[in-house]
Design a protein. Sequence first.
Length: 686
Amino acid sequence: VKTSADNDTRGPGGTAYLIAGYQGIVYAAFMGAAVMNCSWGGTGGSQTEQDIINYATQQGTLVVAAAGNSNSSAPHYPSSYLNVISVVSTNSSDVKSSFSNYGTTVDVCAPGSSIVSTLYPSTYAYFDGTSMASPYTAGTVALVKSVSPSLGAIQLGEKVRVTCDNINGQNPGYIDMLGKGRINAFKAVSVSSPSVRAKDFVVRDSTGGNNNGNPEPNEIIDLYFTFTNYLSPTNNASVALTTTAAGLTVTQGLFNVGALNTLDTVRNTATPFRIQLAGNVAPGLVAVLKLTMTDGAYSDFQYFNVVINPTYQTHNVNQVQATMTNNGRFGFNDFPTNAQGVGFIYPSGGANVLFEGGLIIGYSATKLVNNVRQPSGTQDNDFRARTIYQLQSPGTISNQDGYTWFSDSLAPATNLIGVRVDQYTYTYSDPDNDDYVIVRYDVRNLTTSAISNLYVGQFHDWDIANYATNRTGYDPTRSLAYAWDQNTPTAPYIGMRALDSAASVRGLVNTTGLVLDRAAKWSWISAGTSQSTVGPQDIHNVISSGPYTIAPGASRMLGFALVGGSNLTDLQANADAARAKWDEIRALVSVGNGENDLPTSFALKQNYPNPFNPSTVITFTLPVAERVSLQVFDLLGRRVATLIDGDRGAGIHNVEFDASSFSTGIYYYRLNAGSFTETKKMLLVK
């Protein structure tokens, strides 16, 4: 089966639009196709599309796809999805075609330069492209199926992949970047070989780290894989782990698989791969790891990426799973690949519904900074991250607190505003408050003049169920913008509440004619709520609050809630809960709101109440963000509790100390914040 574009639907210059490619995959799988060829694709992926590939694979259909013609190693879809055979183009000398993509997600090569093909209405012509190489591979898979009809979808692809001819010698600049090599139809139907592949990749830092699930400097991380042998049994197979990433040293890199029968699996639980991380490992490093499988004459390899010292974190303690980054984006850290992060999942265990999210701040059509989509298809990148994203569980405010800060110093000079943003996120686990994430922004004026007419907003590209039939709505009584899929009653409603009242709500239709420049973004965040409803179509949504005036050196605190609900009534109730919680947060944390400055000095306050039983609140102030340690000691100077150990933003902070398990007596609490240190005494009386 070959899926193709609708010849009657074309864009500028006659470029054909693929309007039903993934629907075609579903149809072909449903009809029982053994293999399908997809000579199409592009950048940007989604979990929905991966789910479609997984469905086809489960139905016994192997998807073969062209790797793309941009001479790039960037992921290309659908070819880069799991369970797809990705095909590179080579010429008659087994050299990579100059136009062909390549990389660690590629599986095989096939001829794609100067290929004779049919041409409408009744002639032949020569064509170049991975679109020519991919059908050769799909045809070879079909040949294998005719010889070995009992093989499943993945087995068919592996049979073609492991029997490729190695062409590294002809391509010294692309070692391991062209998959296993050029396909060989004769070997595919005649040669028996194992095929050991790794999946279900897990990283843990419980042995030599702080057990927060994130690989960080000076930690030892353990890596666990499940290995499946798809083809002939192994005799004495082994897997070796290597990496050339700076700051990573493999200290345990061999796993003995031994004998593994066809379709059997084994996990390296007892002997995990182990890596020591250096103290100076770069933030956000994407470390490339290589697994090499051997068993006698059999040799294979597979690549994985691990994000070290991550610049993003995922909230995961309630019904919402949401990824936040250290530069104001949310959902994913690597648009449009969208492999770093989970997006926005509601309810927990469901599907991601967010393709892109980010922050927009501005006071005119030119004085505007943001980190969301721009006309080129990439993103504006105006915010400079100043720290990694910190996630604390339990938090000092909520069950899971997040924090980072960034400035707009990456913006072009004509667009620069001069602000620092301290971003906090809060999630709660109790049933009354487990359907939302609160995002707090403390926007500080770094200039010597007042900033007036300032609006702060969030951009969201929602893909809920069938994103082609999504709609947007607005509840003005709650300052609640929301989106849903009109054709999927079981899909959630997703809301965006401006916790300080909405200034503008804009529903946008994702079409090729959508204007994405800064002037358009200024209109999105400042033009009011009259264009809040669009659809059913592929939609975006923007919500903002303002206008604000911020004096030089002053800061304004404002917030948004990202909310989920099973229907509109449920969504509204959850948005009300978020608004009530925001009032509590504002009472606990004061940073000015424009009329007051941030704290001007470090200070540790006396706990209240004191004496206390069984809990008390400790308050401290920070004039700037700092690394903070707040610890409790007994009368003999022994540390009995660590209340905070991590970065905190400028402001007034309140921390509850629960001493239910402690005995009556005198205790000391000590604050270390940068070079500042202070200790105070408190009395527990039971």
